[in-house]
Each structure stands twice: as structure tokens, then as C-alpha cells.
Design a protein around this ligand. Structure first.
Ligand SMILES: Cc1cc2nc3c(=O)[nH]c(=O)nc-3n(C[C@H](O)[C@H](O)[C@H](O)COP(=O)(O)OP(=O)(O)OC[C@H]3O[C@@H](n4cnc5c(N)ncnc54)[C@H](O)[C@@H]3O)c2cc1C
Ligand SMILES: *[C@@H]1O[C@H](CO)[C@@H](O)[C@H](O)[C@H]1NC(C)=O
Ligand SMILES: *[C@@H]1O[C@H](CO)[C@@H](O)[C@H](O)[C@H]1NC(C)=O
Length: 475
């Protein structure tokens, strides 16, 4: 008999009828539902719980309907789940906070979605001075929970963002310049491995897994908790995101934004002199406020309920690719209007530039290492990470029509940067499109570490073969 993974593949290429996978629903879902610990935690289609979870995805493009969803509450549950899925060779997807943009970011349609939504707690331990966070929560809750203790962590800038995917994929925060990526501020991951064992990965125990988890998202195990160092010092403390926003429905055109931020609450620090020197500033909304309020406000800027498509690129810190991108962005928006008119689809797009500095990469190396490979890229200077986003409320056909235009924009920008010797292959996992070969872009040295960790901690390749969501380790 073929396994469910084989049947799904065979059905996809038409060598067996789609109905052949029906038995897999019972093999994978009913087998989990029969496990006493998982009673009431497996949701089948048409149940209220299943529908409610589907409604809670940030991006409509990502909200896929699986054979069933399973919602663990403890690491033990997660262990039972992975053992059952592996025994039945069941395809699965991993959902943390549910904020991935694309189809197959965090769910599967043919298989089981492991949904961490009930594992959403935040605990501050004043003795160990660590913040323990579960992977299914959102940063707004984390900040609100921590605020009474005067503690912050390097989490998402928008409070709506999920915790698990953000940290395991790197995590670019207000604190990147001073502390590195969010994953570089993790002291310990609790992980359920492919064989169901529950282990810690930190600087002194499973340190190779600790390093390899930082930047690879769901490739090595199911993270059930991560312990973060609080942000206690901050230097340097200023950062910025420059972006052109095409918001036809909201403002009738394109606006240039500078999201400037200083974690010591300094108003107009010298780092921002060049921004304030720009002529004709339309509006200045900077305020001194708590992280919680800022995160809350930023979350409302990119609301749920849209289909979303994101693409990543990067290049050396140089104005030419930036100018080129902005020029092409106008052409892109005109072309998008042809296939997905904003008047019908609520189309909006962003063209965003964020610094990737040597200081960010160095913090990664100092704090036990990560496997994003940034230190190799920043060796000869700082870089810019580029993000192109599209959101619309139209149909899947609109999204499909937009895809080649978005992909062509990125190819063109990459080719332009390359022609000037400025291109970086590096792609930020949490911003990249599913068609982009993210992990390969981390470079040979990093990929070798990731492969070694995968061979050791997931010898049968469960997270490469059965996992249908997220990015994979290159073969
Ligand atoms: C409005 C908005 C603002 C954003 N701002 C930022 C920002 O400032 N900086 C930034 O870096 N990114 C930002 N992002 C991107 C964000 O980091 C990613 O979308 C991230 O994946 C969100 O985490 P999540 O837990 O919601 O992931 P999900 O979409 O739930 O999961 C994505 C992937 O994460 C992995 N994953 C999740 N949970 C686990 C787990 N328990 N174990 C193993 N793997 C797991 C899986 O591989 C999964 O496929 C933003 C996104 C949005 C929508
Ligand atoms: C957080 O988890 C609890 C159960 O642990 C659940 O009742 C609650 O709905 C979850 N919160 C969110 C926002 O999903
Ligand atoms: C590292 O893992 C070991 C083994 O599980 C554990 O005893 C130790 O407390 C962990 N360290 C941290 C910082 O969590």
C-alpha cells in the first residue's frame, strides 16, 4: 500500500484518482483523534472549531483547508502528534501565529495542519531573567504581558505578527541594530524532534541544533517554547524602514514613508538628520510611546483579510538599486492595475528598504551563531534588504495574474544589482516568496551546518519529506 504522502503526490500528477487520498483522512486524522491525550484537539472540516481557525489566518492566500487541524496544548501533545503523523506517513504543515503571506506558508490542503494557536503564553522569570514564549502567540500579547515588569524583547514591530515563525525565521525587530536578529536573543529553544523526543537546544546543550534553528524556520523540529533574553541595554538604538506605498484606495496614489525609530526614546537623534532635511515633508507622526502602543498601531497598517504576496531581494548598500526599484515600482503598479484594478480588488503594494548592517550580523556570530549566513555577506559592507508586497481582496485569479508581474520585477531588480556588482543572493526567509530558494541563499558554509543538523536530529528527513509548508533545505 502506498503511504499518504505517496498518494498525495500520485494524485497531484494524476496517476491515481484524487479519491484515493480519502482513506488518508482516516489514517491521519482519525488515528490522532483516537489518542486519548488529543481528545477534542483534532478538528475535522465543517466543525465550528475548524472554521474559526481558518478565519484566524492573517492572509487569505495562506488559509488552506487541510484534512484536519490539530491544536496541541503541551510539548507532550506535540510529541504524540509527530509520532502519529510519522507512523502514518502523513503530510503536515506547521502554523505558529498564522501570519505567513502565501499559500503553503503555514498550512497544507492535502494533509494535517499542526496549529500552535493554543500554545500562546508568555512568562517572565525574574530569577533567570528570561522570557519564555510559546510559538502560537502574537507579539502584542507578549509586549502587553511584559509591560508591567518594564521588560521588552526583540519581537515583531507589528503586534499582530506571530511569535514562532518570526523568531525561527530570523526576526527583524526595532532592536536588530543593537542586538542582532530576534533569534540571536534566544537563550534556549525547547523542540520536539521528528522521533517525538523533547529536547532543549542552547549554547551548552545540542549547540549545533541551537545554531541551526536560528533562521531555518520549521526545517528541524517543532518548537514548543523559546526563552529570550530581555532587552536591557540599547546601543545603537536608531533604525529606519524607507518605503514607497502604492495605496490607491486609501490616498489615491503613492506615498514615500520613512518609518524611523529610536529605542531610547530620543526625539530627532542625529542619525535621522538626513531624513528631516528632506524638502516638503507631508506629515510627521513621530511620537514617544510604549512598545505595546507602537506595535498595536503598526499592526493596523497591514490588516488581515487580504490575499498577500511577498518577495525578497537584497543588495549592497548603494542608492542605484534603490532608485531603480522605485522607478520600476511605478511601472509595476500600472501593470498590476491592468490585471487587478484597485477599484475592484483593493490592490495595494509596498516597495520597502531596510538596512542589514555588519552590526546585525556580528551580534549573530557573538550570540552562539545563526545559519542565515549574513556575516559572509556583510564582510565587505552593509546591505539593504528589499521587500515587495502586494495585498488585494479580489479573487485567486487576480492573485495568479499578479504573480508573474511581481516575480519579473524581482528578477529585473536582481539583474540590475548584479550588473553593477551589487547583488546579494541572500533572501530573508520571513519576507520571501515560496518560489524563492531561500535556504540556498544563506551560502555554502551555513547550508552545510543546516544539513549536518538535519542529518543528526531528523535522520529520516521527516521535516523534508512529510512537511508541506514553508521552505526546505536544498538537496
Ligand atoms: C503585518 C506583518 C508585519 C510583519 N513585520 C515583520 C517585521 O517587522 N520583521 C520581520 O522579521 N518579519 C515581519 N513579518 C513577517 C513575519 O516574521 C512572518 O510572517 C512570520 O512567519 C510570522 O510568524 P508566525 O508565527 O505568524 O508564522 P506562521 O505563518 O504561523 O508560520 C510560518 C512558518 O514558521 C514556522 N513555524 C511557526 N511555528 C513553528 C513552530 N512552533 N515550530 C517550528 N516552526 C514553526 C513554520 O515553518 C511555518 O511554516 C511581518 C508579517 C506581517 C503579516
Ligand atoms: C491562547 O490559548 C488559549 C488556550 O491555551 C486559548 O483559550 C486562547 O483562545 C488562545 N488565544 C488566542 C488569541 O488564540
Ligand atoms: C540547556 O539545556 C540543558 C539540557 O536540557 C538544560 O539543563 C539547561 O537549563 C539549558 N540552558 C538554558 C539556558 O536554558
Amino acid at each position: 500500500m502506498k503511504s499518504c504522502t505517496q498518494l498525495v503526490l500520485a494524485a497531484a500528477i494524476g496517476t491515481v484518482a484524487a479519491a484515493a487520498t480519502e482513506d488518508c483522512v482516516s489514517q491521519c486524522c482519525l488515528s490522532m483523534a483516537k489518542v486519548p491525550e488529543l481528545k477534542g484537539k483534532v478538528y475535522l472540516p465543517d466543525s465550528t472549531a475548524y472554521e474559526n481557525r481558518l478565519d484566524s489566518y492573517w492572509s487569505l492566500s495562506a488559509a488552506l483547508s487541510p484534512w484536519c487541524m490539530v491544536q496541541p496544548s503541551t510539548a507532550k501533545h506535540v510529541s504524540v502528534i509527530i509520532k502519529t503523523l510519522v507512523a502514518g506517513e502523513c503530510p503536515f504543515g506547521i502554523r505558529g501565529g498564522g501570519h505567513g503571506a502565501h499559500k503553503l506558508s503555514n498550512a497544507v490542503d492535502k494533509g494535517v495542519t499542526i496549529d500552535f494557536g493554543n500554545m500562546n503564553s508568555t512568562t517572565w522569570d525574574p530569577d533567570t531573567r528570561l522570557v519564555s514564549i510559546q510559538p502560537g502567540g502574537h507579539w502584542q500579547t507578549v509586549y502587553d504581558e511584559l509591560a508591567p515588569y518594564g521588560v521588552a524583547v526583540a519581537g515583531g514591530r507589528a503586534g499582530t505578527v506571530g511569535t514562532g515563525g518570526f523568531v525561527s525565521g530570523g526576526g527583524n525587530s526595532f532592536y536588530s541594530a543593537s542586538h542582532g536578529m530576534a533569534c540571536d536573543t534566544v537563550a534556549n529553544f525547547e523542540v520536539v524532534l521528528a522521533d517525538g523526543s523533547i529536547v532543549n537546544a542552547n549554547a551548552s546543550s545540542n549547540s549545533d541544533l541551537f545554531e541551526a534553528l536560528k533562521g531555518t524556520s520549521g526545517n528541524l523540529g517543532l518548537i514548543t517554547r523559546f526563552d529570550m533574553y530581555p532587552i536591557e541595554y540599547a546601543d545603537p538604538v536608531s533604525s529606519s524602514i524607507i518605503y514607497w506605498a502604492y495605496l490607491p484606495a486609501l490616498i489615491g496614489g503613492t506615498i514615500l514613508n520613512a518609518a524611523i525609530e529610536n529605542t531610547m526614546a530620543t526625539v530627532q537623534p542625529p542619525a535621522f538628520d538626513v531624513y528631516y532635511a528632506v524638502d516638503g515633508i507631508y506629515s510627521d507622526t513621530t511620537v514617544v510611546d510604549t512598545l505595546s502602543n507602537v506595535a498595536n498601531q503598526l499592526g493596523s497598517g497591514q490588516p488581515p483579510g487580504f490575499r498577500n504576496m511577498w518577495f525578497a531581494a537584497s543588495f549592497k548598500n548603494d542608492a542605484r538599486p534603490m532608485n531603480y526599484a522605485v522607478e520600476k515600482f511605478e511601472e509595476l503598479n500600472a501593470a498590476l492595475e491592468e490585471v487587478a484594478p484597485s477599484s475592484e480588488t483593493g490592490l495595494n503594494t509596498l516597495c520597502m528598504f531596510q538596512p542589514i548592517t555588519k552590526s546585525i550580523a556580528e551580534k549573530g556570530v557573538q550570540n552562539g551563531g545563526n545559519v542565515m549566513g549574513l556575516d559572509a555577506y556583510t564582510e565587505d559592507g552593509n546591505g539593504i534588504m528589499f521587500l515587495l508586497t502586494l495585498a488585494l481582496t479580489g479573487t485567486e485569479a487576480h492573485e495568479e495574474a499578479a504573480l508573474p508581474l511581481m516575480a519579473a520585477f524581482i528578477d529585473d531588480l536582481d539583474a540590475y544589482s548584479d550588473s553593477l556588482g551589487l547583488k546579494w543572493d541572500w533572501k530573508y526567509l520571513n519576507y520571501a516568496h515560496s518560489s524563492q530558494d531561500v535556504i540556498a541563499s544563506f551560502g555554502e558554509e551555513a547550508v552545510a551546518k543546516i544539513k549536518a543538523a538535519s542529518a543528526k536530529y531528523d535522520p529520516n528527513g521527516v521535516f523534508q519529506k512529510l512537511r508541506g509548508s514553508g521552505f526546505k533545505i536544498p538537496a
